[in-house]
Every structure is written in C-alpha cells, then in structure tokens.
Ligand binder design. Structure first.
Ligand code: NAP
Length: 276
C-alpha cells in the first residue's frame, strides 16, 4: 500500500516507519511541508502522494496548554482532522485518525469498549472527540484508532518525551518521584499501536473505531514501579492524588478491544510484556 502520514515524525510516526519498512511505501511530510491546519497544503500533499490511505498522527496534545488555549487544540485536533479526512475522501483513500482514551470521562471502572459514548472532561479530550466525529462525517471510509499513555523509543515530540523516559531519567539522576495513583490506564507501546494500525489496513478492516492499547491496566504509580523494576533501578516513588491538579483527567480510561476481537484479529499483548 501507499500510505501518507501527517504528523509522521513523532513518537508513533517513528514506530510506524519502522514497522512499515519492507511492507508498504510510507510518505511522511513534515509539519513545515504540510501543517494539518492548512487545507491547501494538506490537499497538495494528498494529491501529490496519491495514497491508498491517509493517516493523521498529528496532534496538539499538551493537556495543560489545550486547556489554556482550546481554540488552538481544536484547530489542530478537529479542524486539522477535517482537512486530512476530507482530502482523503476527495482522493478516494481511506482515512485513519489516531485518537485517545481522553475522549472518555473515566467514570466507568470496567473500562471502555469502542462503542461506549464519548464524554470528555478536558479541552484536549473535547478536541479529539470532535476530530473523531468529523473524520467519520467527511470521509465515511475512516478508521479511528485510540491509544492511551503511549511509550516508544522516540518519545513524544509534542509532549517533550514520554512517561517511561521521564521516570528512568529522574531515577538515574537520583531524584525522588511522586506519581498519581488514582488514574488507571492501559499503557500503549507505540510500536504495537503502529503494528495494529497497519494490520487494520492490511486486513481491510471496516470503517469504525478501534482500540489499540496494550492489554491490562495499571495506575500511573504502578506503571512507574514496573518501569523501575524492569530497569533494575531503585528509586524512591511515592503515590500522590490528582485532586488539585490544574486539569481534570479520566480516573479510569482503560481501553477494551471489542471490535478487533469481533473481527478475529490477534489480541493485544499485555503492557508489561510490551514494556520488556
Ligand atoms: N503520547 C501519548 O501519550 C498519546 C496517548 C493517546 C493518544 N495519542 C495520540 O497519538 C498520536 C501520536 O502521538 P505521539 O506521541 O506520536 O505525538 P508526537 O510525538 O507529539 O508526534 C506528533 C507529530 O505531529 C506533528 N504535528 C503537530 N502539530 C502539527 C500540525 N499542526 N501539522 C502537522 N503536524 C503536526 C508533530 O510535528 P512537530 O514535532 O514538528 O511539531 C509530530 O511529528 C496523536 O494523535 C495523539 O493524540 C498520544
């Protein structure tokens, strides 16, 4: 397949490039070449590439900054999603929008299937929920693929690294860590998520929403402990509550994989296995 990925030079994009090598042709315009907020630039990139599928990995996802400037979050995560999905539609290509567990409010302790109604509780989540909806409206042949707490070799460029790297760096520097213990997620290896995106395209998965987190769940505190145990580092880690944090985040945003299972796709491996 010929794939065109916007936002393809970040954490997930780097892993996508690694897993797509020898399997597909992957074109990754930089942000300077094609900012997703610029419909003309996006349209030109799609017309030049003539792709089978257009992937949108670009995001404004610093949660605190999204809260301060929801217009900027909507411009990238929602209007940008429209621009990319619409160009895909005009080119007769599939569209893939990468999304997040933050579209949920976190009040469901069992976690969320793909069909669960979205109800975001912060500006980032609202902008991504809007992006998901717009993709489906402007390009009916759209896949929305959600992950949660991504970790990968490249680290997130938009967030300045990822949680795993931060924990390891602090521990190596001998700094104590204080980590929230009242938010539960399904950590997602960027490599596994990239592989799942390709698998969905290769199997010609029907349009719709797919969860691509690793299996299992943990609090951020438990995640930090697992990272340190695996690295053989002893560091002081204390639990903290998120009450009083500037931005509300979901308490439980575990992503369950009902759609992939129904299609007979292989189950996701556990986050602990992926971390190793
Ligand atoms: N990281 C997480 O924990 C997490 C969790 C759940 C879901 N997600 C979703 O997963 C996707 C990928 O995340 P990631 O960790 O790979 O992020 P990342 O490392 O920050 O990569 C994002 C990429 O998008 C580019 N970009 C940002 N704004 C753009 C714009 N206006 N136009 C074009 N490109 C733009 C960035 O380019 P520059 O570096 O040049 O700005 C970068 O290449 C995002 O959709 C995010 O919402 C992430």
């Amino acid at each position: 397949m010929r794939l065109l990925a916007f936002g393809g030079w970040g954490q997930l994009g780097s892993e996508l490039a690694a897993v797509a090598r020898d399997r597909h042709e992957l074109i990754r315009p930089t942000r300077t070449e094609a900012d997703v907020t610029d419909p003309d630039a996006v349209g030109r990139a799609v017309a030049d590439a003539r792709p089978d599928a257009v992937l949108n990995l670009a995001a404004f996802h610093q949660v605190e900054r999204c809260e301060e400037d929801p217009g900027a979050a909507l411009a990238v995560n929602a209007v940008g999603a429209w621009n990319v999905a619409h160009s895909a539609f005009l080119a007769g290509a599939r569209s893939v929008y990468v999304s997040t567990d933050y579209v949920f409010d976190g009040g469901e302790p069992k976690g969320y299937e793909e069909v669960a109604p979205v109800h975001p509780i912060n500006a980032y989540g609202v902008s991504k929920a809007a992006g998901e909806m717009l993709c489906g409206l402007v390009c009916p042949d759209s896949l929305v693929v959600r992950g949660s707490g991504l970790f990968g070799h490249a680290g997130s460029s938009g967030k300045g690294g990822n949680f795993v790297e931060t924990v390891l760096a602090r521990a190596a520097a001998g700094e104590p860590l204080s980590v929230v213990d009242d938010q539960v997620i399904s950590p997602t290896a960027a490599r596994d998520m990239a592989e799942r995106v390709l698998l969905l395209l290769e199997r010609d998965a029907p349009p719709g929403i797919y969860h691509a987190a690793n299996a299992g769940r943990c609090s951020w505190f438990e995640f930090a402990r697992a990272v340190l145990d695996l690295a053989g580092l002893s560091a002081e880690v204390s639990r903290r509550s998120s009450a009083g944090d500037a931005v509300k985040r979901p308490r439980c945003s575990v992503l369950l994989h009902t759609t992939s299972t129904a299609l007979g796709l292989p189950p996701a491996r556990s986050w602990r296995e992926a971390l190793g």
